[in-house]
Write a protein that binds this ligand. Sequence first.
Ligand SMILES: [Zn+2]
Length: 147
Amino acid sequence: MIPEISAAFATIKTLKDLAAGSDNHKFLATINDLHESLMTAREKIMELQEDNITLNAKTKELQAKRTTRDDIEFREFAVFKKSTNEGPFCSACWDDKKKQVSLHKVNRHYYDCPVCKGVFCPNRETAKRAEYQAIEVANKASGGLKY
Ligand SMILES: [Zn+2]
């Protein structure tokens, strides 16, 4: 408990001892009112201390999750968190608003961002080759050239 609150309870006890046997009912009632107010204040302080503990834990959790500029690096087509190797995250969202937005894999060649709708390709050459191969397969199947 907070030392000042303990001291205040001790003072109230001293006042009650001094007033014991007194017939000054207004003085005794005032001491009792003071005692009740102090108990209410102690309960509020305890609630605030619990809130403070919860908020401090939440702050530590968020600080641990927070990505700093020093912990971000750009690789190939997206940003990654160096310390945990998490990613890929949208480089456009990071550059614009320092938002860490996970990219969604569309297929084996492309990712997209659910926030800015950007489309990212880890290996453009591989993706283009795959597109040309798909067109060639389609052309062979239809018997004509459709470039
Ligand atoms: Zn984005």
